[in-house]
Design a protein around this ligand. Sequence first.
Ligand SMILES: Nc1ncnc2c1ncn2[C@@H]1O[C@H](COP(=O)(O)OP(=O)(O)OP(=O)(O)O)[C@@H](O)[C@H]1O
Length: 316
Amino acid sequence: MLELKNLCKSYGRHIALSNLSLTIPDGALYGLVGPNGAGKTTAIKLISGIMLPDRGEILFDNVNLVKEERSAKETVGYVPDVLGIYDDMTVFEYMVFFASTYGLTGYIARKKIEILLEQVGMTDKKDFYLNELSRGMQQKLCVARALIHDPALIIMDEPASGLDPRARYELKELLQELNSGGKTVLLSSHILSEVSEICTDIGIIEGGKIIISGSVEEILDKVEGANPIKIKVLNNENSALEILKNNKKVRILSVDNGYFMVYFDGRKLDEAKLLEDLVRNNVLVSEFIREPGSLESFFIKVTNHSNESVIFSNEY
Ligand SMILES: Nc1ncnc2c1ncn2[C@@H]1O[C@H](COP(=O)(O)OP(=O)(O)OP(=O)(O)O)[C@@H](O)[C@H]1O
């Protein structure tokens, strides 16, 4: 289990992380999602040991990675977003070089490298020079490089950025395969839909703090719940309004171009009951649509609208 406890990091007077706490269960494929400047890269650099926190702890299976540098190096496999300046090396030579930094040499290193290149689907590229690789191939090689010492935790910053749909699909397959092989994976992204496709768990970060963390289902449920239900009725508008007003799950209600816009705190079953209530009272409902969730709408909910009570349109 990876535990971040009250992590703080400032750049000069700018606070990038402020008491960030987070628990990532063993075997999770965890996506850290947030807008530009939220603190994702900073958190990832701290966990991978590239930078030290000003305060706070990073524990992996109760070992303090901030204090125990050697354990940190063994535990974490950091996948950089670029290969570095090694253009005159072949893929195989590049892997041999990184194997040697972990004390792996000779036959054992060569065997390990062959297995890893096979795992990331790059056996046929082993004699390619690095500058001959596509972005997707470079990304896979970075993953292979990070796996050289068989770490329990793999960390990647924005791994899908700049990849075409096919390369993204291959990356997803690779990460899910690593994850089902027992590795805990942490990746960052600013695109919620991208992360929700790949990950088992999500944490949303903003302003250097975790706003919410949980399984993909839990988070998407909450994100979706932040969007209004659009309801169009063909008759009995006044009855519809009374029913909506009296429903305890309705948080905000307004009318927009003939649609009732209903901000609703209930879950799917509550939505179904609301629809049933309208129909039972002879209201003809022609549309009843919950917009798909977006990270933006969720931010609005948690930052601006949490105390808002029901607002009724002037038209009624
Ligand atoms: N070296 C630095 N010096 C000063 N401020 C920095 C530095 N690196 C990051 N910051 C600031 O710290 C905050 C967090 O940055 P960070 O790069 O961790 O965010 P991020 O979520 O990864 O953003 P992005 O998605 O844009 O990469 C931002 O406000 C950023 O401007």
